[in-house]
Design a binder for this molecule. Structure first.
Ligand code: AMP
Ligand code: MN
Ligand code: MN
Ligand code: MN
Length: 291
């Protein structure tokens, strides 16, 4: 059983299907000793996750996955070990949450034109008052039989060039890293293999991350192959970035990703959790006393 930290997961506060409490219980049962909750553009689930972790032998690392527009594409930046009450972080995320509401309306308008009515209400029902995302539209459309499953819905409706696709305008890399640092956290580029960037473009992204004060790269990810682990471990080592690991767990409906199964980082890659005090709350506390 893997006991390496899992520093990228989702709950019902964004597009996961387990509540923060259920997520923490499942992680603990799977032998996870350190878990970060990193919902999309919100820290709304953190307090519940912390309360659920308190009586268990599991360290809950407060985190977030920030949507960024960089190089004309959406890139995800995970913030780890941060103070979820930081006003600068919360204000920044509030802007992204507003953008999500606008984008949801726009997605629904386009789906309506394509003959799929009621998508906004349907997606809202799946989001259940929490932050809305494409996954909620996908669950609604799958339920309607528009495609066989959530993955096929994405392919047919929600990605670039498809009827329900809306290219969101998220925040900048600099701002995302700025909010995370303001909250005492560490900024990490999430699942780099997912962007299909050329080596040059990836290096440019990572260079800019460092210039803004970001420090990490997700080397082990639920969406990475074994080859990817080694490729991105090399990038991290060469650029002096810390390696992170996260399943990107969204719930039991995606059985190909499970909690507690992450492999170790490749040799030579310095883990982000080796930073002194990582996960102890010391970073957030230092931020609070400085503020
Ligand atoms: P959003 O931030 O609302 O644009 O949604 C991004 C989320 O959609 C990701 O975090 C995944 O959970 C999900 N997602 C993106 N692409 C796919 C895909 N091809 N298949 C299934 N889920 C996807
Ligand atoms: Mn997601
Ligand atoms: Mn992501
Ligand atoms: Mn994620």
């Amino acid at each position: 059983m893997s006991t390496i930290p899992d520093l990228h997961t989702h709950s019902t506060a964004s597009d996961g299907t387990l509540t923060p409490t259920e997520l923490v219980s499942r992680a603990a049962a799977a032998g996870v000793k350190m878990l970060a909750l990193t919902d999309h553009d919100t820290v709304a689930g953190i307090a519940e996750a912390q309360a659920a972790a308190a009586p268990l032998s599991l360290v809950l690392v407060p985190g977030v996955e920030v949507s960024v527009t960089w190089g004309g594409r959406t890139v995800h930046v995970v913030g780890l070990d941060l103070d979820p009450d930081c006003a600068a972080l919360r204000d920044g995320l509030a802007g992204l949450q507003e953008h999500r509401v606008w984008r949801a309306e726009e997605i629904a308008r386009r789906l309506d034109k394509a003959g799929y009515t009621g998508a906004l209400e349907g997606a809202r029902r799946h989001a259940a008052g929490a932050l809305i995302g494409r996954t909620h539209f996908a669950r609604f459309l799958a339920e309607q039989g528009a495609a066989a499953d959530v993955r096929s819905v994405f392919k047919r409706f929600l990605v670039s060039g498809k009827p329900g696709h809306v290219q969101g305008e998220w925040t900048t890399l600099e701002q995302a890293v700025g909010w995370i640092r303001a909250a005492g956290g560490i900024a990490v580029v999430a699942h780099p293999a997912r962007y299909n960037f050329t080596r040059t473009k990836l290096r440019r992204l990572l260079g800019e991350l460092k210039e803004c004060g970001g420090r990490g790269l997700e080397v082990v990810s639920g969406s990475h192959s074994r080859d990817d682990y080694f490729t991105f471990a090399r990038h991290a080592t060469e650029l002096g970035l810390l390696g992170s690991a996260g399943s990107d767990y969204h719930g039991p409906e995606q059985p190909w990703i499970e909690l507690g199964r992450l492999p170790a980082l490749p040799d030579g890659c310095t883990p982000i959790w080796s930073l002194p005090g990582f996960g102890t709350g010391a970073r957030a506390a230092a931020h609070k006393s400085a503020a």
